[in-house]
Design a binder for this molecule. Structure first.
Ligand code: HEM
Length: 184
């Protein structure tokens, strides 16, 4: 099934989820490593890779969000207490905000810093605004603090998925796993 049903995510939503999960964990890891490196050709290669993949991730997040709007979102288990239900509904809001905020702040910090954004050396994103070191610095701060907040929110997200699966024994995790793990 390509589309979501009221019971489970479809294969398109699952593919978006796992491709972006891998991409974002990779971006966080490479981001911290490259920012800590002394200036060298390998550092600038990693910057290029990070920026290219960041632009690709921004496009995927926009497509993923559009797909989410076009599909029913599987319901949470009815056994959840009202406070738990409200908390669970905050999770996609926090995750989508961060998934947009990270690439956008990276994009702004590079462009306002006067650095071109070449996407895998295939094309260069045109400058959308002139060089502005103050704006670049603010965006760099948002990008760095955002990364720590993202790690915290991801840790909560993964813990909640495991808590549902192993403690509450709901089918929440199975709804996002490939079907070879069994149908939810
Ligand atoms: C999902 C998307 C992204 C994630 C998770 C991410 C994550 C990170 C992290 C963790 C750092 C290190 C922060 C620090 O210690 O200063 C970083 C740095 C950086 N990122 Fe990203 N990033 C993303 C997208 C982008 C994009 C789209 C661009 C530009 C087009 C970009 C440009 C940069 C640059 C230039 C730095 C170095 C900043 C500095 O040296 O002060 N990032 N990123």
């Amino acid at each position: 099934m390509l589309k979501n049903t009221p019971n489970s995510f479809g294969s398109i939503a699952k593919t978006f989820h796992w491709v972006l999960a891998l991409g974002i964990v990779g971006m966080l890891t490479v981001g911290f490593i490259m920012a800590d490196m002394a200036p060298s050709p390998s550092k600038w290669t990693l910057y290029g890779l990070h920026k290219s993949t960041g632009v690709l991730i921004l496009l995927l997040v926009i497509l993923r969000f559009t797909w989410r709007l076009l599909n029913p979102v599987p319901q949470l288990p009815s056994s959840l207490k009202p406070w738990h239900h409200r908390l669970a509904k905050l999770s996609p809001l926090a995750l989508y905000t961060l998934m947009l905020m990270m690439p956008l702040s990276g994009f702004i910090l590079s462009q306002a810093g006067g650095h071109p954004i070449s996407v895998y050396n295939l094309f260069t994103v045109p400058a959308l605004f002139p060089k502005n070191p103050d704006l670049s610095q603010i965006a760099a701060r948002i990008h760095a603090y955002g990364a720590y907040i993202f790690i915290g929110v991801l840790a909560l997200h993964v813990s909640a998925a495991f808590y549902h699966h192993f403690i509450l024994k709901t089918n929440v995790l199975k709804k996002m796993l490939p079907n070879w793990f069994g149908h939810p």
